[in-house]
Design a protein around this ligand. Structure first.
Ligand code: PLP
Ligand code: ALO
Length: 365
């Protein structure tokens, strides 16, 4: 096995496996044509740097239209930076951030939120289905009020969650109510925000500021961009000086137009929704395809574009030998498949076929 520069083991070319087939993450998908179109448009001529270009203004304006309010938009390269910097703008170093124990900010951002907030402590909660509950939040807020414990200041929710479930609008409202009781701000990790809007058939405004969300990190990367996340502040006071925070963190792109312009491809003609609906539909196709395979169980309700399956270890190896890539360290274990804007029906059907064969092979051993 050789190791890539980022510590991922990659199969040596001399190991005979089928060509890799990517359903490990929506981060493996390509750039959708609509985003590519605007990337090339923005390359047609030079423009001002550091976000002063016409494309960044156009994209920010489109966001304000999409969210039906005068929100403030900042574009950064990736989701970890978006979450870390957004959280840092919501609390001081001596504050705590209440999150689910499976939250990406807790499990997969390598201490980024704590680092960029100079020490705000994440306060993880273990509640069902990967979702925070008002009761779970209240438990954390009320368990300690002495000076030796960080004061909870933020609630961070992920929509869709890390295990592919969704908060309903009522659940979001209930979280807003408990946040108001305890003077908490609400951050939404919207890595799969588009998938959530598509699945619930609600508007971005209904899913955010109308439900009391203070700041949203909206992922374009997982919706068809090469890279690029939009940090959307619904409270201007919280956005004060945020551009300096981005600059200091190395997240102020000099050629910002190449981060912002592709967003126009997503936001025009509701491509962001079309991409999300397709990804969600492919996840449903996978669930339907495997429903009668003995030994394979769906671990969480499939409400967006992620599917978590219990698959026997021997069958997992069979899938890897067939070239399938998947993670087993996310959520509560199991095998995670994530569908993207460009996931084909044929790819899903091939996975179903290989999964079925994997279990046959296991039973024959
Ligand atoms: C739920 C969630 N939040 C945040 C991120 C962070 O994104 P990035 O990998 O771009 O830092 C991811 C990554 O895919 C994610 O799945
Ligand atoms: C692996 C990592 O967590 C990444 N955010 C993903 O969901 O694929």
């Amino acid at each position: 096995m050789t190791t890539s520069g980022f510590g991922n083991t990659v199969a040596n070319s001399d190991i005979s496996i089928a060509s890799p087939r990517f359903l490990a993450s929506d981060n493996t998908s390509g750039i959708c044509p609509e985003a590519m179109h605007y990337l090339l448009q923005a390359n047609e001529q030079d423009d001002l740097a550091y976000g002063n270009d016409v494309w960044t203004e156009r994209a920010a304006s489109r966001f304000r239209t999409l969210f039906e309010t005068d929100c403030e938009i900042f574009f950064v390269f990736n989701g970890t930076a978006a979450n870390s910097l957004a959280l840092a703008s919501l609390c001081q170093s001596y504050h705590g951030v209440i999150c689910h124990q499976l939250a990406h900010i807790e499990t997969d951002e390598c201490g980024g939120p704590e680092f960029f907030s100079n020490g705000s402590k994440l306060l993880p909660v273990d509640t069902p289905m990967g979702k925070l509950t008002p009761e779970g939040i209240a438990r954390v807020v009320t368990r300690r009020n002495d000076i030796h414990y960080p004061r909870p200041r933020v609630v961070s929710i992920t929509q869709a969650t890390e295990v592919g479930t969704l908060y309903s609008l009522d659940e979001l409202q209930a979280i807003r109510e408990v946040a108001d009781q305890h003077d908490l701000k609400i951050h939404m990790d919207g890595a799969r925000f588009a998938n959530a809007c598509a699945s619930l058939n609600v508007t971005p405004a209904q899913m955010t500021w109308k439900a009391g969300v203070d700041v949203l990190c909206f992922s374009g990367t997982k919706n068809g961009l090469a890279f690029g996340e939009a940090i959307v502040f619904f409270d201007h006071e919280l956005a004060r000086d945020f551009e300096y925070r981005c600059k200091q963190a190395g997240q102020l792109a000099s050629k910002m137009r190449f981060v912002s312009a592709p967003w126009l491809g997503l936001l025009e003609n509701d491509t962001w929704l079309v991409n999300a609906r397709h990804a969600n539909a492919m996840a449903q196709r996978l669930v339907e395809g495997i429903h009668d395979i003995e030994g394979v169980n769906v671990m969480f309700p499939v409400q967006a574009n992620s599917v978590f399956l219990e698959v026997p270890i021997t069958a997992q190896q069979y899938l890897r030998d067939c070239g399938w890539t998947f993670y087993t360290f996310i959520g509560e274990g199991g095998v995670r498949f994530v569908c993207s804007w460009n996931t084909s029906e044929a790819l899903i059907d091939a996975l179903v076929t290989d999964l079925r064969q994997a279990l046959v092979q296991r039973d024959q051993q």
